[in-house]
Design a protein around this ligand. Structure first.
Ligand code: HAM
Length: 423
């Protein structure tokens, strides 16, 4: 028996309504903020991710799905959404659009992560990118949009954490300071931190190992070493969030895993105990477009894991959404009847109704059980008599009430006039 690859999920029919609800809420939220949808290919040139996300990050060093195609091109499955969106921005002429350019996506992301609850090797993100605006108000717009998505989807308790990690002006000096502080502690920290020290020193602050905690506690923090431009920006973001009534906590250890961030970084967490994993996160990345060969352009955005949102909704006790039932199940008895049943089903579907019929000969009680399985509102029963006179018998599945000798037209009208509101 074949099994799906570790860290991937099947999405069965009964799970689709909840999934579609989350996806359509993301789309609707983005539309309310004036963001236009972008879809990029499932794979890109490997170099795009290496350049964009940065060598030395866990994503590039350990998590990408990279392969060579039959023509010898080195390709990587989409391991995050920002670098591809910026590649498209540069390649497809979006630079000439009025700024800011507001983009969003709902897409699959592939990471060779260690699978566990809420951590998959293929997950899906609702992401946004706002390009061409340096003002802190843009950071706040993306934060509000993500907070609004969580509200619209019905999450009750999410908490925003915020930090600033400086920019090309002040970060190099800060990183030097951090390394100077860590150097004498290198034999006390975990092996991972020894690697981080060489490859990605900011991530030292992010270590979860117990033995590293006292060292992190005393370490210099990025927000304490910002240049005046970054400090003003950070203050403006906080002021605007407060004015909007968006609560936040400053977390001076929040650095994020991807290499392109500058200034604002943020993450949303579920506040329930044990819900450690970030529901979504993002920040500003003013250097990325230039890094990818464009002219220097500020930008800010977020990515939000949709599987984690669904998990949290379930943990918060939201009702699982049921798939909508069908309008009619057409039962038939005998081969003459089947031909009429097929015609009836076809004509009703042409009117937009949801109709299922039995493909083979079965006893009527078995067919009625099928009608219940599909949660049909009505069963239409076609026997020899109905087939001969081109009529139908109709049974309400709720009240069991039956009516006979109905024309197809009157059944169509009855079904159409009683279509329930879509939930
Ligand atoms: P990220 O923090 O790597 O950021 O991912 C964003 C969100 O995706 C996470 O907060 C989490 O909810 C979800 N996520 C990440 N990895 C997994 C996984 N293995 N399984 C399930 N869910 C996961 C980015 O990807 C940036 N591109 C976000 C961004 C956009 N920043 C600026 N613009």
């Amino acid at each position: 028996m074949y099994r799906r690859p570790t860290g991937t999920e099947d999405l069965l029919p009964n799970q689709q309504p909840a999934w579609r609800f989350v996806v359509s809420t993301a789309e609707d939220t983005a539309a309310r903020f004036g963001y236009g949808r972008i879809d990029t290919p499932t794979f890109e040139e490997t170099a795009l991710f290496v350049r964009g996300v940065g060598e030395g990050t866990d994503l590039i060093e350990q998590e990408t799905y990279t392969f060579e195609d039959r023509g010898g091109s080195k390709l990587t499955l989409r391991s995050e959404g920002t670098a591809p969106a910026m590649r498209a921005y540069l390649q497809d002429g979006l630079q000439s659009a009025p700024t800011p350019v507001r983009l969003y996506y709902v897409t699959s992301i592939f990471r060779y992560d260690r699978p566990q609850r809420g951590r998959l090797r293929e997950h899906h993100q609702f992401g946004s990118e706002a390009i061409g605006e340096a003002d802190g108000a843009m950071d706040v717009e993306t934060i509000s949009m993500l907070a609004s998505f969580y509200r619209n989807v019905g999450l009750r308790s999410v908490a925003l954490q915020l930090n600033s990690i400086g920019d090309a002006l002040c970060r190099p000096a800060y990183v030097e300071l951090l390394k100077r502080y860590y150097r004498p502690h290198l034999d006390e920290v975990c092996t991972n931190c020894r690697v981080r020290f060489e490859k990605n020193p900011l991530r030292l602050l992010d270590c979860k190992e117990d033995r590293c905690q006292p060292i992190i506690a005393q370490a210099p923090k990025p927000a304490e070493h910002l240049c005046s431009g970054c400090r003003d920006h950070f203050e403006r973001v906080q002021r605007l969030l407060t004015a909007l009534g968006q609560p936040f906590t400053l977390n001076d250890r929040l650095v994020r895993g991807l290499g392109y961030y500058t200034r604002t970084v943020y993450e949303f967490y579920g506040t329930r105990e044990g819900a450690q994993a970030a529901l979504g996160g993002g920040g500003r990345y003013d250097g990325l477009i230039e890094e990818l060969g464009g002219k220097s352009t500020p930008a800010v955005g977020f990515g939000c894991g949709l599987e984690r949102v669904l998990l949290t909704l379930r943990e918060e006790g939201h009702e699982t959404m049921a798939a909508p039932g069908i309008d009619a199940y057409v039962c038939h008895v005998g081969s003459e009847a089947q031909s009429w049943a097929l015609q009836v089903a076809g004509r009703l579907r042409d009117h937009g109704l949801r109709v299922v019929t039995t493909p083979s000969d079965r006893r009527v009680p078995a067919q009625l059980r099928q009608a219940e399985h599909y949660r049909a509102r009505y069963a239409l029963i076609v026997g020899e008599e109905e087939a001969r006179t081109h009529t139908l018998s109709l049974r309400s599945m709720a009240t069991r009430e039956e009516r006979r000798n109905l024309s197809l037209e009157s059944v169509t009208q009855l079904l159409l006039s009683s279509v329930p509101d879509p939930q």
